[in-house]
Ligand binder design. Sequence first.
Ligand code: EPU
Length: 337
Amino acid sequence: MVVRQENFDLTAHNTFRMKVKCALWVEYDKASDLMEMDFDSFPKPVFHIGGGSNLLFTEDFPGTVLHSKINYIKYADLGLPDVPVMVGAGVCFDDFVANTCSYGLWGAENLSLIPGEVGAAAVQNIGAYGAEVCDIISGVVCYDTLERKKCTFKVSECRYGYRDSMFKDPELKGRYIVTSVLFRLSRTPAPRLEYKGLKELFEGKSSPSPQEIRDAVIGIRKAKLPDPAQIGSAGSFFKNPVVTAAHFAQIAQGYDFVPHFVLDNGFVKVPAAWMIEQCGFKGASYGGASVYEKQPLVIVNTNSEATPEEVMALETQIVTAVLERFGVDLHPEVEHI
Ligand code: EPU
């Protein structure tokens, strides 16, 4: 079924809770609905939304917003050692994770409680606590809006990187609509406990279950990150920057310790949260927008009244301060629409 609404209020469809509208809202619940859609008649541009948990609408959207309600989780055979599962793009990602953990399957547990939907998770390559969703994806099924047909990409074709994929390539952006994702989960225990907070929790405990790791991750997330049901935000606002070893040495000058992670290629990933904190932004606000006290990588809509202009003004202040102090140009993780 396809639902169409003009002059549609998007407040409930973006976790930042920006009070914006789109000219046309189109929601569908079957991949075949896309085949029959008259895209040419839609106000432009056309933008496909997921849970709206990683974007900032900077103003009313003059075009069409599409949303998938394709909502199924289909296991091939729960008895196999590697369990393939096909999941509709509109499934809430955490409902999927909860489901896999309830069957004792390994692979998705570290990604617990990440807001958003399955289709967007595969576009954005969501990640947390030592895991990325591309680790468990085996294929992505799409609708090609150019050729007007179904197509499937193997995970190796999706060019996954840190919060990145081929679907975000400016030349392809908007062409493919993810309709379902094929995951591969495992019966073989494979706990990933490298993340400091998890390692500490499971020290000395043998063979935790996926559900126990899920519960621990949920506890860590709740302690650090704002609950989207309580306070508007889009999670991490900036990406963690990668700098050369020489640049890192400059950044670290004068500090006893700077948190960092050396990559295989010798470059160094530095937590943006640390730099933002050093620039004195923890808890800072501009109008209704604030830097979250417990995790300065997150900008929150403090009073649900923040405007896009206030969020972007705070963003500019942070980017300018970090550039001046550390010579690092922060890039938003949140997509600006
Ligand atoms: N830090 C500070 N001050 C703070 C908080 C953190 O200096 O107030 C430093 C600490 O040294 C800490 C480091 O920043 O060790 C990293 O912090 P954290 O482990 O919270 O993770 P992050 O790098 O800030 C990334 C992801 C999160 C994900 C966590 C956990 C990005 C942009 N963000 O944040 O993802 O949950 O790791 O794996 O990569 C999201 O994408 O929306 C998101 C929340």
